[in-house]
Design a protein around this ligand. Structure first.
Ligand code: AMP
Ligand code: MN
Ligand code: MN
Length: 327
């Protein structure tokens, strides 16, 4: 990625009128905040902007400024001038949002995933960025695109959530500089945003954690920790898919654990695998790619066909092999 790609994207944004801004299935704060921030900037330029994903806005992120702009992708395909995929490692993780774009003259792909193959006409995949929100900030400031409080708050939420509150290793001096600029120029109330992001969970999320801890397993001399969620437990507790975001951090936080894994049974006969590593030498993106998934070196995922027990066995075995080879 070079400055000239930022310039080309800036030019495309100014010279077209109809945009669709898309994000990945099972969205997170980075996808939602980045999508809204870019949409609001384009809106200020007088553009017609659709903001779609497969799931729509999540209840827990509905406090984000102008959250109502983000909707489920429509069943009928629309024609736009420019389609922009944000924070989405592979195009099919756009889910129904991909089909909602009937045609687009130009596809833009802005992301920070190692496994992104670079689909699209104009591509920025910045693996050093801890959040797509950081790249959107760079785009807005380098190209002189509109910026205001609402854009700042969305970008702050994107960066805060994808860095684990500015804790993960790719959090750089630049990340803090951007956060400072967002707080200063956007006039943000950090305490208020943090309360909305991290101290506003529904009670059922903690009840879910209690059930997950009952299934907790350790292996490979306590270097691998996992837990799992069956469809039955999810139904018994009436949990939403978004309730489990971040619970895997309880496993990662244990001393000695190198790889943490969360298995979630899905309705389509697959299991969602979510993986975290604490050691750069143990690349969970590579492990997940073996199962058709992807992500980052230290945080990755996959959807694997099979029963919960089968997928657990297969995936844990692969992780143990990788650890054995490395030690
Ligand atoms: P998660 O564990 O769902 O929080 O995802 C961790 C990281 O891996 C995120 O950056 C995702 O974009 C990526 N990821 C998760 N699931 C998949 C998948 N099925 N295919 C490709 N990348 C994925
Ligand atoms: Mn994401
Ligand atoms: Mn991200």
């Amino acid at each position: 990625m070079s400055n000239s790609t930022f310039e080309q994207i800036g030019k495309v944004l100014r010279e077209h009128q109809h945009f669709a801004i898309l994000g990945h299935v099972r969205p997170d704060g980075d996808a939602l905040g980045s999508q809204l921030a870019l949409a609001l900037s384009l809106e200020q330029l007088g553009k017609d902007v659709r903001v779609w994903n497969e799931d729509g806005m999540l209840e827990k992120y509905s406090f984000l400024p102008r959250a109502e702009l983000l909707t489920k992708s429509p069943a009928r395909a629309h024609h736009v001038d420019v389609a922009i995929a944000l924070d989405t490692a592979i195009q099919n993780r756009l889910g129904t949002a991909l089909a909602a774009v009937g045609s687009a003259k130009i596809w833009i792909n802005i992301d920070h995933h190692l496994s992104n193959p670079g689909y699209g006409d104009l591509v920025i995949v910045d693996v050093s960025a801890p959040a797509t929100g950081e790249i959107i900030f760079n785009l807005i400031t380098s190209q002189g695109l509109p910026f205001n409080h609402d854009i700042a708050e969305n970008l702050y939420a994107a960066i805060s959530t994808d860095t684990g509150s500015f804790q993960y290793p790719n959090t750089s001096a630049r990340t803090f500089e951007i956060a400072a600029e967002l707080v200063r120029a956007g006039g943000l109330d950090v305490g208020k945003i943090s309360r909305q992001l991290y101290e506003n969970y529904p009670r059922r999320r903690l009840e879910l954690l209690r059930e997950l801890l009952r299934t907790m397993r350790f292996s490979a001399h306590d270097r691998v920790a996992s837990f799992s969620l069956s469809l039955k437990t999810a139904a018994d507790l009436s949990v939403l898919p978004e309730d489990n975001e971040g619970l895997i951090d309880h496993l990662r936080a244990v001393r000695g654990v190198i790889v943490a894994v969360f298995f979630e049974e899905l309705v389509d006969g697959k299991v969602r695998v979510s993986m975290r590593s604490k050691d750069e030498a143990v690349d969970v993106c590579a492990i997940c790619q073996k199962f058709g998934g992807g992500g980052h070196t230290l945080a990755a995922g996959a959807r694997v066909r099979g029963s919960l027990a089968e997928v657990e066995e297969k995936v844990l075995e692969e992780i143990r092999d990788v650890l054995k080879r490395g030690s």
